[in-house]
Design a protein around this ligand. Structure first.
Ligand code: HEC
Length: 101
């Protein structure tokens, strides 16, 4: 009986964790990042065409994407990227790039 309760608590706990992970999923971000590599480097290291993204603070990253989408930050290349992606994509991409060095 005790074990069963414990198991139930563990299951509820891990579902909660999975829910949180879904909000910012680095693996999903990686899958979306293929088109970013051309300018930002395959590992976010940056190229002459785009800034370094590896290790960038997720809040800053998401803010930048929102600003490109709204036009507050004016960059034609990034506006195209930002409008093709959802808010979930931003969070996932931010988590992915933050995980890189
Ligand atoms: C065609 C080239 C190009 C592609 C493709 C591209 N970017 Fe960019 N990105 C840039 C350039 C150039 C800047 C700097 C623009 C500026 O001055 O604000 C930039 C800036 C950014 C910034 C802001 C960084 C900061 O803090 O200043 C983020 C975040 C970003 N890109 C994310 C992405 C993501 C995510 C993708 C793929 C979905 C992507 N970019 C694809 C060229 C590109």
């Amino acid at each position: 009986m005790m074990n069963r309760l414990l198991l139930a608590a563990l299951i509820v706990g891990s579902v909660g964790l999975a829910g949180a992970a879904q909000a910012a999923d680095a693996a999903a971000g990686k899958a979306k990042a293929t088109s970013c590599g051309m300018c930002h480097g395959q590992s976010g290291e940056g190229t002459q065409m785009g800034t370094k993204l590896a290790g960038e603070d997720p809040a800053k990253f998401i803010q930048a994407m929102n600003d490109y989408k709204s036009g507050k930050r004016d960059n034609a290349m990034m506006k195209t990227q930002a409008t093709q992606l959802s808010a979930d994509d931003y969070a996932n991409l931010a988590a992915y790039y933050a995980s890189l060095k």
